[in-house]
Design a protein around this ligand. Structure first.
Ligand code: PRX
Length: 631
């Protein structure tokens, strides 16, 4: 029996216990899972190295807690309901028994292709049940999956494959996205040209589109599973063996591989899913994210399936074939919990109320929001028109690094407040610090958000570079995990996330490092230097504004801007394309050569004066020129 909070006093009580005796608390949660061998110690940690070991010496396989566990108790319950991109194509349902068989079969196929415990496998796939099957099969045989969102370019894919030295890529022929068909196998082909560690590529036939298959490297999914048994013994994993690597952007350098391990992640993903969404048996839960992001990992696949839930997987986009698609899907599958991003809400809000006509949304019980701050207007629209004033909104704050939800209301239990992630989940000890690292105690304070005690789902390291993990998260405020977010705690003790305080921008709920976009822009042969900042964007939350010094003697500014966008598209992918490109002759720099981004941010926001202290500026006329030229 899992631990499920039922009342507000129950929450307060569990929270208290989790802070006073964290080990006893997590011990109790972990005991609700199947372990091959019990742990010796709940947690062994310090934030200096950092060393974070949960359920020390415990042995398990996460898939046994999904497949073997529910196959016998409710094998005929739907595990995954899949809704295709095109509404005229039939949806698919996989029961827990189907999932058991298909995961095991694919696990055997992986072994046949030489995959062993510890090998890395990159997954670059559309939103189809086979993506979840691929993840679970990796976990079953002890391979470490690293999913790359199928919208990333071949260069970005190759970088990730090389960083984790993957042996295999799993993909499909093509990917349907709204009215577009994207040939993703071709992207993989281009990427692996530059990846010497890749031994094989397995391709799922999704569209039947044409692909090139390379002899002795490329195999069809349907061929490799042919004749394989539907029984495959689960590999015994240590609690701290790697489960997956997921690349995410930071304020400097290339994206880093966030490492999550088997035991702690399992416990945390399940506990947070069941409690935050108040999932009850028989409910249909739908998270609209892509499995390429952490939300898809924890709250499409692992959290729900570890709970024995029915999780809906949607291949398409909110506006195809029209802006009523989400509501069609809710109606068609009688969705009970719906979890999406503020960007999607704002985009749909712009279409007005017509798309709701004729759609029965009465099955909805809980609405969730994730990925970026939700503005009050969007919150109310979501509450009124989607939830019909009867569904609590859980505004869930968390990160790729946290593995699972950290601050959030418990649906129907914690009183909500628009734009507030409200309170920490049991086991989470947030602190607000000022610039100097002094903890700001009490209510009505604002500062940087840190966490002072470990939790089972937290990042263990950045793949291949432990020092980077230490520098990024544990050295700004020694002894604490630093989130990179600004936060306010109001007079009721409720938390409101204010956004990133570092050089990370959040575009449509996707994390982008400004340095990463700058590096891509700088690849254009005529670009001399660039500076990228975020600016408020009505739909996307933040847009990307690029100031670029370039040799414009050979091109018009307009064609240069387009070429710069195309360069970013090629190096990272469409999600990183700047919304605005401004060709400038200089950037505001200090005497020591540092770009004053603060000023660029203000200009991007539309401010033309009051830049604060500009006395360190090397050449103040640069600023006037940028403003003039912007007009
Ligand atoms: O700035 C916060 C924002 O998204 C960042 C984490 O991004 P990522 O690792 O891609 O994970 C997104 C999905 C969990 C955070 O540092 N963020 C996430 N959720 C919220 C949020 N900002 C405000 N409110 C949220 N609910």
């Amino acid at each position: 029996m899992s631990i499920k909070i039922q009342t507000l006093s129950g929450y307060l009580h569990e929270y208290q216990k989790s802070v006073l005796e964290p080990e006893a608390f997590w011990n109790r949660v972990a005991e609700t899972f199947h372990w091959k061998k019990q742990w010796d110690k709940v947690v062994d940690w310090n934030f200096e190295e950092p060393k974070i070991n949960w359920f020390v010496n415990g042995k398990l396989n996460i898939t046994e807690n999904i497949l073997d566990r529910y196959m016998y108790t409710h094998g005929d319950r739907p595990a995954i309901i899949w809704e295709p991109n095109d509404p005229s194509e039939a949806s698919r349902t996989l029961t827990y028994k189907d999932l058991y068989e298909q995961v095991n079969q694919f696990s055997n196929a992986l072994k046949q292709k030489g995959i062993k415990k510890g090998d890395r496998i990159v997954i670059y796939m559309p939103m189809v049940p086979e993506a979840a099957i691929a993840m679970l099969a990796c976990a079953r045989v002890g391979a470490v999956h690293s999913i790359v969102f199928a919208g990333f370019s071949s260069t970005a894919l190759a970088d990730r494959i090389n960083d984790c030295q993957a042996k295999m890529v799993l993909t499909s022929d093509e990917n349907y996205r709204g009215a577009k068909v994207i040939p993703i196998k071709a992207v993989v082909d281009e990427a692996v040209e530059n990846c010497s560690t890749i031994e094989s590529v397995i391709t799922l036939c999704r569209t039947g589109g044409e692909v090139i298959m390379k002899q002795d490297r490329d195999y069809w999914w349907h061929d490799v599973i042919e004749g394989e048994s539907t029984i495959c013994e689960a590999e015994e994993m240590d609690s701290e063996d790697l489960l997956f690597i997921l690349y995410t952007s930071g304020s400097t350098g290339k994206p880093k591989g966030v490492v999550h391990t088997c035991g702690g992640y399992m416990v945390y993903a399940q506990f947070t899913f069941e409690n935050v969404f108040q999932y009850t048996a028989g409910d249909v839960y739908w998270c609209t994210a892509d499995v390429g992001w952490i939300t898809g990992h924890s709250y499409i696949v692992y959290g729900p399936l570890l709970t024995g839930a029915t999780t809906l997987m949607f291949e398409g986009i909110p506006t195809y074939p029209d802006a009523g698609r989400f509501w069609d899907v809710v109606d068609k599958h009688k969705v009970n919990q719906f979890y999406t991003a503020p960007t999607a809400i704002r985009a749909l809000e712009a279409h007005g109320l017509d798309p709701f006509k004729g759609k029965d949304l009465s099955s909805l019980k809980v609405l969730g929001s994730v990925g970026e701050p939700i503005n009050e207007e969007a919150w109310h629209w979501y509450h009124d028109h989607v939830g019909k004033n009867k569904c609590p909104i859980v505004d869930t704050w968390w990160q790729t690094e946290t593995g699972g939800i950290m601050l959030s209301p418990i649906a129907g239990i914690t009183p909500t407040k628009p734009s507030y992630a409200t309170l920490p989940l049991p086991g989470i000890q947030p602190v607000i610090v000022d610039e100097k690292g002094q903890e700001l105690k009490g209510n009505s304070v604002q500062g940087n958000l840190c966490i002072k005690y470990p939790w089972p789902g937290m990042i263990r390291t950045t793949y291949g570079d432990h020092d980077r993990c230490k520098q990024t998260y544990f050295s700004t405020y020694p002894g604490m995990y630093f989130t990179g977010d600004g936060v306010k705690r109001d007079e009721d003790g409720y938390y409101r996330i204010l956004g990133r305080v570092d050089d990370v921008i959040n575009v449509s709920g996707h994390r982008m490092g400004t340095a990463e976009v700058e590096n891509a822009i700088n690849e254009h042969p005529l670009v001399i230097e660039s500076a990228v900042v975020g600016y408020p964007h009505e739909i996307k939350g933040q847009g990307i504004y690029a100031y670029v010094i370039a040799d414009d003697s050979q091109r018009s500014a307009a064609s240069l801007e387009n070429e710069i966008r195309a360069t970013v598209n090629k190096i990272i992918g469409p999600i990183a394309k700047p919304d605005k490109v401004q060709i400038v002759t200089g950037l505001p720099k200090t005497r020591s050569g540092k770009i004053m981004r603060r000023i660029l941010r203000k200009i991007a926001e539309g401010q033309t004066d009051n830049f604060g202290d500009t006395s360190t500026l090397l050449d103040p006329t640069v600023v006037d020129e940028i403003i003039e030229n912007m007009k």
